[in-house]
Design a protein around this ligand. Structure first.
Ligand SMILES: C[S@@+](CC[C@H](N)C(=O)[O-])C[C@H]1O[C@@H](n2cnc3c(N)ncnc32)[C@H](O)[C@@H]1O
Length: 435
């Protein structure tokens, strides 16, 4: 492996390239580095940077300096795959690192580390085979990103890390983060190493580690899990370990004009469609909440058809969805039913088409960790008519931001909103294995 680095500060690389596993990889001949100084391509006393065009005080590397450095490097060491570092580039993650480790094995790779305001766009367009970002933040220059890339990349080069297993079973290599690690002493600050790890029972330890890793990943990085748990096994693990989710459609405690609170009528479409969405996203029960006896009779009639032999025969999938519909009179009944099943009250998350003030904290669709770390069942509340009344928001733990697009129109039906919310909160975002 042959890695060239073009930099404004080549001295930064001396200790880095001679220390620890990177240094050992160089000594053992697995990789060779060649660091080139952009200043070698300027005339004496010539600056290598110039002010950018347009307002602002930015400086960038001169294109002709970068051109000379790249051409000289390729003349000396052969054609290279050129990686430019930029916060605007493709984000480096473990799957991309693995792909690059395969694609670039044994090749000449050139890392171009910029400074100042970055690179002249024309230079990137002309030379970059890949623009790479190390994350959604901006550091002073491309040297730390180059070093981050080198460490990530080299550990995937066979022979660089002693035990191959260390780079196979680790965070971001599959659907889950790495499992928790413990070492001696057995008791430290009154905390004991879990007994199972000292049992010597390898198969049980493996299972325990998998379970711990999956649990932690679901709470901390549901964004990663939902896009990488594509195998049947991982999907089943996530389904088993996700907090139990419930939904309720409120036809009581609904906002009316002049600060009144009232009820609304049920609709068969909302019962069917929300039940089907709920079933699709693994919602355990969907409660229809109405205290009105005539409305209750309607729900019962519809439900009993789908629970009857005729209904099951007619459309078994619809039966499967409507089976989860539970009719109750008040929100208290919903909470009590969940408490009875789960042994603990649910966290209540209200939904609303408009921003809501008040006691409950507003959360976004990226706040899984906040919600999941409570380790409690989750109940989504949907309003009908003009939306949930303030008395309902007052007893919720969180309120979800309103669903919105980049338009000023915002009149989703509750069944559409429920489907979108279930998908944004619980839906997978990656490929399923075999698809
Ligand atoms: C101060 S930054 C320029 C940032 C640029 N003005 C922007 O906002 O996109 C200077 C150089 O640091 C490097 N750099 C900074 N943050 C980076 C990141 N997150 N990933 C990769 N390179 C980065 C790049 O080489 C970049 O050209």
């Amino acid at each position: 492996m042959n890695i060239s680095i073009l930099s404004v500060f080549p001295e930064l690389y001396k200790p880095f390239l001679s220390t620890s596993l990177v240094g050992r990889a160089v000594q053992s001949g697995l990789v060779s580095f060649h660091v080139q100084d952009f200043f070698s391509y300027s005339e004496p006393k010539e600056r290598i940077d110039a002010p950018t065009y347009g307002p602002g005080a930015g400086m960038i590397l001169k294109p002709e300096i970068v051109q000379k450095a790249i051409e000289d490097c390729e003349n000396q060491r052969g054609k290279a795959f050129k990686i430019f570092f930029s916060p605007q580039g493709k984000k480096l993650d473990q799957p991309l690192a693995r792909q690059l480790a395969q694609q670039l094995a044994g090749k000449h790779v050139m890392l171009v580390a910029s400074r100042y305001e970055g690179m002249d766009t024309r230079v990137e367009e002309e030379y970059a085979d890949l623009e790479l970002s190390i994350g959604d933040y901006v550091v002073l220059g491309g040297d730390l990103p180059a070093m981050v890339f080198i460490e990530t990349f080299l550990r995937l080069v066979p022979g660089v890390v002693g035990k191959e297993e260390s780079v196979v079973c680790e965070s971001f290599s599959g659907a889950f983060l790495d499992h928790p690690e413990y070492g001696p002493p057995v008791v430290w600050k009154d905390q004991e190493v879990p007994e199972i790890l000292r049992s010597g029972h390898h198969e049980k330890i493996k299972q325990w580690r998998h379970e711990q890793a999956a649990r932690k990943s679901i709470v901390r990085r549901f964004d990663w899990v939902r896009s990488h748990a594509g195998s049947d096994k991982d999907r089943a693990t996530v389904a088993r370990l996700l907090p139990a989710h419930y939904a309720a459609l409120m036809h009581v405690d609904i906002r009316l004009p002049h600060d009144q609170i009232g009820t609304t009528s049920v609709t068969s479409l909302d019962i069917h469609d929300i039940a089907r969405s709920a079933c699709t996203y693994g919602i355990k029960n969907y409660f229809v909440v109405t205290p009105l006896s005539d409305q209750q009779r309607l729900v019962e009639t519809l439900r009993s058809f789908w629970m009857s032999e005729v209904g099951i025969d007619y459309n078994p999938e619809r039966h499967e969805a409507v089976r989860r519909v539970q009719l109750v009179a008040q929100l208290d009944d919903v909470v009590a039913a969940i408490r009875e099943k789960e042994g603990i009250d649910p966290l209540i998350i209200a939904t609303s088409a408009r921003p809501v003030g008040g006691r409950a904290e507003t959360i976004t669709f990226n706040d899984h960790e906040k919600v999941f770390s409570h380790n409690r069942p989750v109940l989504f509340l949907f309003g009908t008519g003009r939306g949930l009344a303030d008395v309902v928001f007052e007893r919720c733990d969180y309120v979800l931001i309103p669903l919105e697009g980049f338009s000023e129109y915002n009149h989703l039906s509750v069944r559409s909103a429920a489907a979108v919310i279930f998908d944004r909160w619980l839906g997978t975002t990656g490929k399923r294995e075999g698809n």
